[in-house]
Design a protein around this ligand. Sequence first.
Ligand code: AMP
Length: 404
Amino acid sequence: MTATRVLVLNSGSSSVKYQLLDMRDSSRLAVGLVERIGEETSRLKHTPLATGGGPRETTGPIADHEAALKAVAEELTKDGLGLDSPELAAIGHRVVHGGKSFTEPTVIDDTVLAEIERLIPVAPLHNPANLTGIRTARALRPDLPQVAVFDTAFHTTMPESAARYAIDVKTADEHRIRRYGFHGTSHAYVSRETARLLGRAPEDVNVIVLHLGNGASASAVQGGRCVDTSMGLTPLEGLVMGTRSGDMDPAVIFHLMRVGGMSTDEIDTLLNKKSGLIGLCGDNDMREIRRRVEDGDEQAQLAFDIYIHRLKKYIGAYYAVLGRVDAIAFTAGVGENAAPVREAAVAGLEALGLAVDGDLNAVRSGEPRLISPEGARVAVAVVPTDEELEIANQTYALVGNGNA
Ligand code: AMP
């Protein structure tokens, strides 16, 4: 029997998201989520798409990631999709931080695990959870190839001029301070899909990708290679996000410490969890913000304007970085769904060849599509992202059906 299935695992600090795909046709066999791991009210939601069954939900204490993965494995077994199946080719893990060392998806062995662990100081929130997921999955199926797909990998092609901060080189190197970028799996997938939408090879196309979700980042992709991106050492830099400030004078932090009397942890929480849209207007969901704007709410309007102003600055900056731009691609929750954001982001940029067609922009669809007027110099596209499919594809490409 040929092994054609890939399980994709995205392990967060208190959650595990998963998808089981059949790589023959990229179809989803099952998808699910375990939330609130370690609490009394953990919840597992499992949808067995292969059998056409509806979602099954269980609530109750799930102590740790090991218990969570075992519960997922049990659910999959009920649908005849168990982890012991010979049809399972590999498990692909999302790993947030791969530092400078991981430029490609990588088959996991003890050395790779040790390197991911070594990167914990630069990704203290994410890499430990990713590691726990990998260790648990290895314990369940020690014989199965497991692949790490890094959020940072796509950005490792950035030139030093874009990747380095202008700070003392010795200090930067000692603490591995540089711009790594994140959401790389999405930027890779969307830039390639945009080229496909244009009917051109990725090597021939320059794209600005705007990944606008609750977290948000922009990237400049030249002939399929990332040359700049808006997130940095951590996902805090760059665009205004749902709860993160994005770019800011770093001296704000000293000021909050010296004058505001705030601790490092308090400032960390302020900038990562209580800033961005939620800090500006109390809401981080673009749907709610737009509703408020329609109702004439000035605070929501200002939050929207600040969000758009930053976005526009990055479009301009990456236009300059690339020199020639073939397409701008909007993706993720806001980018795929919020027509007013797309319209406002390119408004007034006709001189750069940028415009959206009102009717095309208003269409709601899950398909990649162009929203620029016919014959526009620069294509403006909406390209739904699919990070799980990209992780599955990269995993499968690496291990093939070697487990068959
Ligand atoms: P993501 O992180 O990619 O899942 O995106 C989540 C965000 O997408 C939410 O916080 C909303 O702000 C936004 N979003 C989702 N659906 C819509 C919609 N229909 N219109 C506007 N924004 C949306």
